[in-house]
Ligand binder design. Structure first.
Ligand code: KG4
Ligand code: ZN
Length: 338
C-alpha cells in the first residue's frame, strides 16, 4: 500500500511516499530555517506563507522521486494537529484538494504519533507495545504505545517542553536559532559539572517534568555573570543544561518502564537527536537489558516520511476523514477528535 504524506506543522514543508508504513520511496523537506533565523525563532505568519509557496513543488518532487502517479497511490495522509494553526492549514487544505481531485482517501495524522512512527522506518522489527519518550519543541511526553493507534500518556511536562527549554537557554547564551541543535554541537566537549543547576522535579507526579525553572536558572547564571563582568563558558553551561534535561528525561522514563513493565523503549521528536540524551538512554538500556529504539538522525526532526508511516496504521484502523477535516493547534495524542 502506497501513501503520499504531507507535513507542515511548523517550519518544514515536507512530502513523502511511503510503502506499507515502513519503506520510504521518497522524502522531500523544504526547511525554512534561513527565513526565521534573523528573528531567533519561528514567526508563524512567515511560516504559513512559506508553506503555501513551497507545498506544490515539494509534493510534485516527492511524487517524481518515488516514480509514482496518483493512480499508484492508496491514500493521502496529512498532519492535522497539533502545531501552528496557519501552517497546519496549508498542508490540510492541499491534501483535501488532492483527495477531492483524485478520489483518494484522506488520512489525518497526529504530529506526535508520526514522530513515534519514525521508529518504524528506522527499525523494521519494532512493533507495539513499547514505551516512548516523545520530546520535541512543544511537547515532552512519556507515552505507552499499546498498539499502533492506541496511546496512553504516562507523564508530561507541567510547563515548558525540553526542546523549548534548550532553545531558550541557547538563545540566552547568544546561540542562533535553532537553539537546541546548536547547543548540542557547542557543548559536546563541555564539562556538565562546571555549573550547578537546579534539578527540577514535580512533587507527587513522578513521571511528569518541569523545565521552566531550569530555563530561568540558566538565564540567571548568565545575568549574574554579566553583572560581575565574568565571562560565561558556553560549552560548559550548555553541557550542564543538557545534562540536567537529559537526566530528568531518562530517570522518569526508566521509572515508568519499571512501573509499567516495558522492556522496549523508544525515543521520538526533534530532541531525540540530542547526542547526550541518546548516549544516556543507550547506557541505561544496556545496563537494564532493555531494547532501545531511536529514529535515524534524519528522521528525528519534522519530516513527512514519518507521517506516511503512521498514516498507514491509521488508514488500516479506519481513520479516514471527510473534506470537512480541520486543523487543530492542540490535540492530545490519545484522542481522535475532528
Ligand atoms: O520535533 P521537532 O522538529 O519540532 C516540533 O514538533 O516541535 O522538534 C524541534 C525541537 C527544537 O526545540 C529543537 O531545538 C530541538 O527539537 N532539537 C534539539 C536537537 N535537534 C533538534 N535539541 C537538542 N539537541 C539536538 N540535537
Ligand atoms: Zn515535530
Amino acid at each position: 500500500m502506497k501513501i503520499l504524506s504531507i507535513e507542515s506543522s511548523c517550519d518544514e514543508t515536507a512530502a513523502a511516499v511511503v510503502e506499507d508504513g515502513r519503506k520510504v520511496l521518497s522524502s522531500v523537506i523544504a526547511s525554512q530555517v534561513s527565513e526565521h533565523i534573523i528573528y531567533g525563532g519561528v514567526v508563524p505568519e512567515i511560516a504559513s506563507r512559506m508553506h503555501a509557496q513551497a507545498i506544490s513543488g515539494v509534493v510534485s518532487k516527492a511524487m517524481s522521486d518515488a516514480s509514482v502517479t496518483y493512480s499508484d497511490l492508496d491514500a493521502i495522509a496529512v498532519t492535522y494537529a497539533p502545531g501552528l494553526i496557519g501552517a497546519l492549514l496549508v498542508g490540510v487544505n492541499f491534501a483535501k484538494g488532492l483527495s477531492y481531485s483524485t478520489g483518494l482517501p484522506l488520512v489525518p495524522v497526529h504530529h506526535l504519533r508520526s514522530h513515534i512512527a519514525a521508529n518504524y522506518i528506522t527499525s523494521p522489527d519494532l512493533k507495539p507495545p513499547f514505551l516512548c519518550l516523545v520530546v520535541s519543541g512543544g511537547h515532552s511526553h512519556i507515552v505507552a504505545v499499546n498498539d499502533y493507534t492506541d496511546f496512553k500518556i504516562i507523564g508530561r511536562t507541567k510547563d515548558d517542553a525540553a526542546g523549548e527549554c534548550m532553545d531558550k537557554a541557547a538563545r540566552a547564551m547568544g546561540l542562533p536559532y535553532p537553539g537546541g541543535v546548536n547547543l548540542d554541537k557547542i557543548s559536546v566537549d563541555g564539562n556538565p559539572d562546571a555549573y550547578k543547576l537546579p534539578h527540577p522535579h514535580v512533587d507527587g507526579c513522578e513521571y511528569d517534568f518541569s523545565f521552566s525553572g531550569l530555563k530561568t536558572a540558566v538565564v540567571n547564571v548568565i545575568h549574574n555573570a554579566k553583572q560581575k563582568g565574568i565571562e560565561i563558558n558556553v560549552p560548559d553551561l550548555g553541557a550542564a543544561c543538557i545534562e540536567t534535561v537529559a537526566d530528568c528525561l531518562v530517570k522518569n522514563t526508566v521509572k515508568a518502564a519499571e512501573e509499567y513493565g516495558f522492556d522496549k523503549i523508544a525515543l521520538a521528536g526533534g530532541v531525540s537527536a540530542n547526542s547526550r540524551l541518546r548516549k544516556r538512554m543507550n547506557d541505561i538500556c544496556a545496563e537494564k537489558g532493555w531494547q532501545l529504539y531511536m529514529p535515524d538522525l534524519s528522521l528525528c526532526g519534522d519530516n513527512a516520511a514519518m507521517v506516511g508511516a503512521q498514516g498507514y496504521y491509521e488508514f488500516k484502523n479506519g481513520n479516514i476523514a471527510g473534506l470537512e477535516l480541520n486543523a487543530y493547534a492542540t490535540m492530545p495524542i490519545d484522542e481522535i477528535n475532528r
